[in-house]
Design a protein around this ligand. Structure first.
Ligand SMILES: C[S@@+](CC[C@H](N)C(=O)[O-])C[C@H]1O[C@@H](n2cnc3c(N)ncnc32)[C@H](O)[C@@H]1O
Length: 300
């Protein structure tokens, strides 16, 4: 039988505490929470175990299928939708999830996606096709297409999202040199051109170039920018928006939105500094080490 591995959710107790289920936003009803990044359902599982009802949104049909199979074993109120969180307002209205007591974004990819050898998300599988699409039936452009097709200036600005200008230019020179001879097809092809990148302490030299490609293939920052105000608009009074980020691009986008909306007097930032996992969680789940939870509460 095929072995199913579920993603290990991060900061679970911190998220459950922050969603405070007795929140007045729930007006004495069963709490309603939107899990905008369902993954394999780790956070949703805990949310419905608290007696709340959850709407789980997931863009990857494979993850949705895994979450569905897992949730069969749980009693509780859960709706699962295949969709992109940039359409969160439309999806929530359609499913009757507005206003809600909380919305959770746990950004990035699951370990299940990362270790799937057919997807090309990880440089650990050099033979894999350089794909990285979260939804291959809706998205036409793969990571290899970007490397083979973008202009030099477009590639520099893609890699500058995570690398300094010097490293981005150097990497793009190597990309162009290679593609003039042979097109990019596999993860190994891209790994080969990252050899000249100076690694950040504690990181593999390929980590940031691979992250930049994944972000571009899936329009990750653009989706987040569009989704945050929509998610905020779905909250009832004192409802909370929780965002777990894994790198500075996501954090900048999130904090920028939180500060803007707080300055307008519509919300307050609950987490004065981001909440991070303790040593125990990090040693049990090393992927948690870069997780940061930021929390915003709607005032009226
Ligand atoms: C870090 S994982 C979430 C894990 C989840 N909290 C759990 O406990 O299993 C992020 C998930 O968000 C999904 N995702 C990424 N971008 C998305 C988007 N724009 N809309 C919906 N889901 C998205 C990914 O496919 C991935 O499954």
């Amino acid at each position: 039988m095929e072995k199913v591995s579920f993603h290990e959710p991060v900061l679970v107790s911190e998220v459950m505490e922050a969603l405070h289920f007795d929140n007045p936003a729930n007006k004495g009803r069963q709490a309603r929470i939107i899990d905008a990044t369902l993954g394999t359902g780790g956070h949703s599982f805990e949310i419905i175990a608290k007696g709340a009802s959850a709407l789980g949104i997931e863009a990857d049909p494979g993850m949705l299928k895994l979450a569905r199979s897992r949730m069969k074993t749980v009693n509780g109120s859960l709706k699962l939708v295949l969709g992109n969180f940039r359409d969160i307002a439309e999806i929530a209205e359609k499913e009757g999830f507005s206003p809600v007591g909380g919305v959770l974004f746990d950004l990035g990819t699951t370990s299940t996606q990362l270790t799937d050898e057919a997807r090309g998300f990880s440089f650990a599988n050099p033979e894999a096709p350089l794909d990285m699409r979260i939804n291959s039936s809706l998205q036409g452009v793969t990571a290899a297409d970007l490397l083979n097709g973008l202009r030099q200036d477009q590639l520099i600005s893609l890699f500058e999202k995570v690398l300094n200008r010097f490293s981005a230019k150097r990497l793009v020179r190597e990309v162009i040199k290679r593609r003039e001879v042979k097109k990019f097809v596999s993860v190994g092809d891209f790994l080969g051109v990252t050899a000249g990148i100076r690694p950040k302490p504690g990181l593999n030299r390929a980590t940031l170039p691979f992250l930049a490609l994944r972000m571009a293939v899936n329009s990750e920052l653009e989706n987040l920018r569009e989704a945050l105000p929509k998610a905020f608009s779905l909250l009832g009074k004192k409802g909370r928006l929780l965002v777990i980020t894994f790198h500075s691009g996501e954090e900048k986008e999130t904090i920028g939105f939180f500060r803007r909306i707080s300055r307008e007097g519509k919300a307050k930032i609950v987490s004065k500094v981001p909440i991070v996992p303790g040593l125990e969680e990090i040693s049990a789940n090393p992927r948690a080490r870069s997780a940061k939870l930021n929390i915003l509460e709607k005032i009226k």
